[in-house]
Design a protein. Sequence first.
Length: 409
Amino acid sequence: MSSAYIIDACRTPRGLGKAGKGSLSEIHPQRLGSTVLRALAERNNLNTAEIDDVIWGTSCQKGRHGGDLGRMSALDAGYDVKCGGMTLDRFCGSGLTSVNLAAASIMSGMEDLIVAGGCEMMSSYGVDNDLPLLMDSGNEHLRELHPQPQQGVSADAIATLEGIDRQALDSLAVESQRRAAIAIENGHFEKSLVPVYHDDGRLALAKDECPRPSTTLEGIASLKPAFTNLADYALNDEGLTYRQLLNARYPIDINHVHHAGNSSGVADGAAAVLLASEDYVARNHLKPRAKIIAMANAGDCPTLMLNAPTLATTKVLEKAGLQLEDIDLFEVNEAFAVVVERYIRHLGIDREKINVNGGAMALGHPIGATGSVLVGTMVDELERRNLKRGLVTMCTGGGMAPALIIERV
């Protein structure tokens, strides 16, 4: 089996994912994608005709996000037409799955040079994307088998079932903001950040727009839970609610503990990772930054939806023949505070090893891009700290989680 190496990674700043308010909201998604694709080609002096494929993650594949955004972004970036492109959807895990599939193609010996990444412009559709999951006509059978509420309702349910109180979740959120502020102040993201420009040459955004470094425990304690009313919103003519969907499998009195401060920020952004085979590295005298050690995917209860990262971590460690103590750093997407808090408690993770530069509660979560962002963040941080191995994982809609272990070269 061939080895797959990470040669480089870059990302745009994350902008507020709100129409008319975020600095990236007027940029077309394929222009945002082409920004990072072009940067990878220029930074590494690539002959883009030699890129076997662009594997791209985008969760909302409609409107401006439709029409194979991976291929269109590559063309927009000036890549040779010989370089193909595809677009996939694993909800929030799309950007990490794109990296895993690229690595698998290279390790199988079928490909030599692939760009993996993702893009999401949440400002173009917000959080109310189309009909609620499984509410459209014809899905009654699946809804009976696996009722799936809105993710925030699931997050509150998990906190209730696990006995995790709001204070613990708020503390994690404040720590995420603190760590992100330190990382930004000390330039921890600068190696990967690529500024975004409007077509007329004006700077659109050069730094992350979502962080709120002044966040305090006292401040977010005053925020009202975000999903109480949503849980009881009538989803169809029969008056079915998210709470009823949840209670069909877990008949509990939900303690609503998540709010804007301890949930991931709605964001716009794109990221890309350049991967190559050992042969291509040798032939072209490239300098790898990290090596792919193992990848895995795991599924868990679709109703609770957000718990699979724990299983994916156990699975990817087994594939790599490693133990938790062999991992120096963890990046676990902060979709909601309970995702990371539960992960830490169930696996016994040292809090000083996880999300050391903050996470999506501070920096935002451009759904299809976040996984690729986290891979780049991990590579940068392993190098900065002179550490060896990192593990990246994240929850997704439908109760899934991809995972990846990399080793610094």
